[in-house]
Design a protein around this ligand. Structure first.
Ligand code: HMG
Ligand code: MG
Length: 287
């Protein structure tokens, strides 16, 4: 097995989408520029969703226009519908992501449609992105539990993951949106998903509500996963997932990987400085 661990930085998007006070666009740009020096291959830069639904991401185009792009890094964005895709493309996003839910309740609350309807909305995105040569990633939310529907049957998570892959996503990121997973439920869920999606095309996306994200990552590593989403400073949560704490901290994952002798390509010292920077910006915004 490869000793490389890929860490996909979520801070500017999944991190900042849930901030109570708006973070200035210039600070977001500086955060991304600092992250660009840390060694990431992919940084989720913003999302082109409805500004009425998520005002924190209303400046996505300005953020994309303002960052100093470092060659070799993919600056990515969430796109819920074709309108979002067109905006992302116009802003020069290197990769887009569609996001489905394994539970009906969260699908309705987060993107205002059923799971089935969401696939109809995603199809034109994938088609357009293919024609434009833009890679598409797929997220599945509530892979273990939903804040509205309770525990998610593992077959539902497997079905939605398989559909995203069949549509043309190069990778499916499994989101424990509210951080409800434990190593046991993570393994049961992965057992089901691995029957329909090759392990190389899976990523783990753990929120740290119960302080079990690192343990869940460990379980996923044991089952062969080598790509994980995390956010600098453990920022984040989802505005439509009550109780969701932040993403697992990038620094914590990078340090754990180092101890276990996995290569992430990340510079721990620069991560520490970047974490300090964004936490001080958050504090200033809250004051
Ligand atoms: P809707 O209200 O059903 O959509 O929302 P609509 O098509 O009726 O449009 C309503 C208004 O929004 C219209 O404006 C549209 O033009 C505008 P109006 O005519 O009223 O002035 N609009 C847009 N504007 C800009 N960009 C767009 C766009 N689309 C519509 N792309 C919609 C449906 C999907 C748009 C909405 O529900 C939405 O934006 N949801 C996104 C919610 C979100 O961003 N959640 C957080 C990300 S998911 C997450 O965090 C989980 C993840 O991290 C994994 C995990 O942890 O599980 C990925
Ligand atoms: Mg998330």
């Amino acid at each position: 097995m490869s000793k490389k661990l890929n860490i996909f930085e979520m801070g500017p998007r999944d991190g900042l989408q849930n901030e109570k006070t708006l973070i200035p666009t210039a600070s977001k740009i500086e955060l991304i520029n600092r992250l660009s020096e840390c060694g990431f291959e992919k940084i989720e830069t913003s999302s082109f969703v409805s500004p009425k639904w998520v005002p924190q991401m209303a400046d996505a185009a300005e953020v994309f226009a303002g960052i100093a792009r470092k060659p070799g890094i993919r600056y990515t964005a969430l796109t819920p519908n074709i309108k979002g895709y067109e905006r992302a493309k116009a802003s020069g996003a290197d990769e887009v992501a569609i996001f489905a839910s394994a539970s009906e309740g969260f699908s309705q609350k987060n993107i205002n449609c059923s799971i089935e309807e969401s696939f109809d909305r995603f199809a034109p995105i994938v088609e357009a992105a293919k024609a434009d040569g833009i890679p598409v990633r797929g997220y599945v939310s509530c892979v273990v539990e939903c804040p509205y529907d309770g525990p998610t049957p593992v077959e539902n998570t497997a079905m939605v993951s398989e559909r995203l892959l069949q549509m043309g996503c190069y990778e499916v990121s499994l989101g424990d949106t509210i951080g409800a997973a434990t190593p046991e439920t993570t393994e049961a869920m992965l057992d089901a998903v691995l029957k329909v999606v090759p392990v190389e095309q899976l990523a783990g996306h753990f929120h740290d509500t119960k302080d079990l994200a690192l343990a869940n990552i460990m379980s996923s590593i044991k089952m062969g996963l080598r790509t994980f989403d995390s956010a600098i400073g453990g920022l984040g949560g989802c505005p439509y997932a009550p109780g969701a704490k932040g993403n697992v901290s990038t620094l914590a994952v990078a340090k754990m990987a180092k101890l276990l002798d996995y290569d992430t390509g990340l510079d721990i010292e620069k991560l520490e400085q970047t974490q300090e920077f964004i936490l001080s910006i958050k504090e200033a915004a809250a004051a």
